[in-house]
Design a protein around this ligand. Structure first.
Ligand SMILES: Cc1cc2nc3c(=O)[nH]c(=O)nc-3n(C[C@H](O)[C@H](O)[C@H](O)COP(=O)(O)O)c2cc1C
Length: 167
């Protein structure tokens, strides 16, 4: 399986999180690649990969500058992402209580509007909590992989049922 981590960041925290995930969870059965979102467009989404969107929040609850191009192109072109499965890591700071983690929340809403399916609950990290986002990422990733395995099992079971009912 291929897992592509898409990083939206200004000061690098989201990139540390992605590196932690890539280093800690790459295996012979899970090839993890990290890509900064700079310069990406909808062609980054391929039906044979899984995705983690890992992004912080800036301005008035906006996506970071390096994620804006990808976000805008998805909003404008509205590609069909119904084959896409993804997880979401949103970084923010509760001091900005009206826009907490809105960068991640905006991506989540847009991807779902384009038909993509989110696996598991997002990770929301609060920089004001004192805990490091990269430390929270490992336990969250273990839960995410478990949610993915559950979903794969369910899909295999319904595929098997369908094929056993096909004459
Ligand atoms: C100028 C500025 C604006 C920010 N605006 C928000 C915001 O609206 N909502 C939020 O939850 N966090 C906001 N943050 C907090 C960052 O998203 C948070 O510190 C994050 O961990 C930074 O991640 P990065 O290093 O990957 O960019 C803001 C931070 C700065 C410096």
């Amino acid at each position: 399986m291929r897992l592509i981590v898409l990083v939206g960041t200004v000061t690098g925290t989201a990139q540390y999180v992605a590196e932690e995930i890539e280093l800690g969870f790459s295996s012979p059965t899970l090839a993890i690649e990290t890509h900064l979102m700079d310069g990406l467009d909808a062609s980054v989404f391929s039906s044979d990969a899984l995705y983690l969107v890992c992004t912080s929040t800036y301005g008035q609850g906006d996506v970071p500058d390096n994620a804006r191009g990808l976000f805008n192109v998805l909003e404008r072109e509205r590609p069909d992402l119904s084959a896409m499965r993804y997880g979401l890591i949103g970084l923010g700071d509760r001091t900005y209580h009206d826009t907490f983690c809105f960068g991640g929340k905006r991506f989540d809403g847009l991807l779902q509007a384009l038909g993509a399916q989110r696996i598991g609950a997002p990770m929301w990290h609060d920089a004001a909590s004192g805990g490091l986002a990269e430390d929270a990422a490992g336990p969250w990733m273990r839960d995410w992989l478990a949610a993915l395995a559950d979903q794969n099992r369910l899909e295999n079971r319904s595929d098997n049922m369908r094929s056993s009912l096909t004459p």
